[in-house]
Design a protein around this ligand. Structure first.
Ligand code: NAP
Length: 429
């Protein structure tokens, strides 16, 4: 079906197709989760959560499809009327990463289809099977090939370049690294395309001295080990106010040492492998650099090889203290199971350190003082702030970064607007 065919369907028809896809994805939840664990490695429980999250976008945008309201605007002239229409941007080119190999697809496809756009998607080369299975759900739910199209490739530059550069593609939706996102934005600019970019993060996790250090440490450990640290919202720098530092670090250490690394489908496994050897190398490089510059390894700090783990890319859950701004880990996105702790004394000091990065995706604050919570949430230069909350994400809430973490948002009411052009109609009576 051509773009016009899908755009010409009523919002109710598009909504019904997305609702059917939502039902079918939930029916196939277990099979999709098993496939994801085999292909990408995350523990099965987390894979099931991801499929649920992925399905939420189909459901949410099935509803939002019916709420693409226009506007009328009063004119200064008695014989004039203004209408504002929101129309689909056209063909969408989508490019997705391996770390969330189903939800990053539905987070783009669902709003695009709801708006009336058609989609050509290039998944990550490490997770094509999850993409194929997701497209099977969409096609089996009655969304025609031609409306949603999948192109797998091991040549991202050529295929991605064609998708981003082609004149017929009017919008690019990208999730991935900041480095590739910048190239995509530059290529898209040549044909003045709309872009939304969900890029890297370097999340601060701030624990103020009125918080409960044990609860904060439990939260930090849980969100750090989302997908073995391979999530854009994983905390990358843990800032703790001096009075709580010892208790916070001790609880983190206990939590880290309790984690069980292994194959994601094995019962009881809580930490999966890293995606590839390059990721392992990065862990080794960041830890070596930190240790050289004076960091203390509280636990971990090495590759895991016992019990057959040498056959995969496993790295021990690692806790570092005495981390300083001259270390690579203080500046670079880690994307793995290493947590650097930095002790601070004042609110102003921690805000300055937290904001001292080109990234601006997720951030976290633990405090029981409402005034401090407001001061921090307002002064942190991040697209998302979790206050005593490690999971400020939902299909209903806008997900996105500021600074070099991205442009635009996914999910929520605002997520639909990313796929709509505004058209003004002036009518003289
Ligand atoms: P990546 O290397 O940027 O790859 C992302 C996608 O872009 C893949 O499909 C990749 O294809 C493709 N690609 C690579 N080079 C390209 C090029 N020159 N032109 C067009 N496409 C190209 O990122 P990744 O390592 O897969 O993902 C990890 C990054 O994603 C992290 O930085 C993480 O923070 C970020 N992320 C952000 C969010 C968010 O919502 N903000 C969510 C998840 C992940 P190949 O697979 O073939 O290389």
């Amino acid at each position: 079906m051509r773009f016009d065919g899908w755009a010409g369907r009523t919002a109710y028809e598009r909504s019904a197709a997305l609702a059917a896809a939502h039902r079918l994805m939930l029916e196939r939840k277990e099979a999709l989760a098993q496939l994801m664990t085999r292909e990408q490695g995350k523990p099965l429980r987390m894979a099931r959560n991801e499929v649920g999250y992925a399905a939420d976008f189909l459901s949410w945008f099935a509803e939002e499809a019916k709420r693409n309201y226009g506007e009328t605007i009063p004119s200064a002239r008695a014989d004039q009327r203004f209408l504002v229409l929101h129309q689909p941007v056209g063909v969408v080119g989508a490019i997705t990463p391996w770390n969330y190999p189903i939800s990053m697809l539905t987070r783009k496809i669902a709003p695009a289809l709801a708006a009336g756009c058609t989609v050509v998607l290039k998944p990550a080369e490490q997770t094509p099977l999850c993409a194929v299975a997701t497209f099977e759900v969409l096609h089996d739910a009655g969304i025609d090939p031609g409306v949603v199209n999948l192109v797998t490739t091991s040549d991202p530059e050529t295929v991605g370049g064609e998708l981003v550069g082609h004149r017929s593609v009017r919008k690019v939706a990208f999730t991935g690294s900041t480095e590739v996102g910048k190239q995509i934005a530059a290529t898209a600019a040549r044909t003045v395309k709309r872009v939304s970019l969900e890029l890297g993060g370097h999340a601060p996790f701030i624990v103020l001295d009125d918080a409960d250090p044990v609860r904060a440490a439990k939260g930090a450990a849980a969100v750090k080990f989302l997908n073995t640290g391979q999530a854009c919202i994983c905390p990358n720098r843990l800032f703790v106010q001096r009075a709580l530092a010892d208790e916070f670090v001790a609880t983190l250490q206990q939590r880290f040492e309790r984690l069980v690394a292994g194959a994601g489908a094995t019962d009881g496994v809580t930490v999966g492998p890293l995606i590839d050897d390059a990721a392992l190398d990065k862990m080794e490089r960041q830890v070596a650099d930190a240790v050289d510059r004076g960091a203390n390894v509280v636990t971990g700090g090495h590759r895991l090889v016992d019990g057959g783990l040498d056959r995969g890319c496993f790295y021990a859950p690692t806790l570092l203290t005495q981390v300083t701004p001259d270390m690579a880990i203080y500046r670079e996105e880690t994307f793995g199971p290493i947590a650097p702790v930095i002790v601070f004394d004042t609110e102003d000091e921690v805000i300055a350190m937290a904001n001292d990065t080109e990234y601006g995706l997720a951030s976290y604050v633990y405090t029981n003082d409402l005034s401090r919570a407001f001061r921090l949430m307002e002064r942190l230069d991040y697209g998302m702030v979790g206050v005593n909350d490690i999971n400020p994400t939902s299909a209903a809430a806008p997900f996105g970064g500021v600074k070099e973490s991205g442009l635009g948002v996914e999910g929520a009411r605002q997520g639909l607007a990313e796929y709509l052009d505004t058209k003004l109609v002036g009518i003289a009576l």
